[in-house]
Design a protein around this ligand. Structure first.
Ligand code: HEC
Length: 114
């Protein structure tokens, strides 16, 4: 019974996270990612750049986490306020991050297995 309740709570939680993810425009998100300098620290595909910025794609944090990071002053990353980047624009950037495919496993790349 306890497991069942846990499952239900988790399912609700996952639904809530899914519901909070707005749909965005991938192409515009990519444009914003380049225009607002995200790529300078996180790389053009979000793969991260050593000490400049961590990997943020593929498999980005939930939308709420990404938005909170952009809006809140913490760490070394600049804050992007509502005046600079609208909520809808963050949704577009998020759609771009979600569209970035996972790289191939090293075992599946022929040149690395010679
Ligand atoms: C000047 C470099 C810089 C720029 C520009 C920058 N970031 Fe960051 N970002 C960071 C660093 C460094 C961190 C690690 C936490 C910290 O120190 O703030 C980070 C953390 C993040 C995280 C959280 C990653 C995690 O797993 O906790 C997200 C999401 C993110 N950045 C997205 C973006 C987006 C989207 C943009 C463009 C709108 C952007 N960043 C622009 C440097 C940058």
């Amino acid at each position: 019974m306890r497991t069942l309740a846990g499952c239900a709570a988790l399912a609700l939680c996952l639904l809530a996270v899914a519901a909070e993810t707005p749909s965005g425009d991938v192409a515009n998100g990519k444009r914003l990612f380049m225009t607002y300098g995200c790529y300078e620290c996180h790389g053009t595909m979000g793969a991260g750049g050593g000490i400049a910025g961590p990997r943020i794609a593929p498999n980005p944090l939930p939308f709420f986490g990404v938005k909170t990071k952009l809006r809140t002053a913490s760490g070394r990353m600049p804050v992007y306020s509502e005046t600079v980047l609208k909520d809808a624009e963050i949704a577009d950037i998020y759609a771009y991050l979600q569209s970035i495919p996972t790289g191939k496993n090293a075992h599946d790349i022929e040149m690395l297995n010679r």
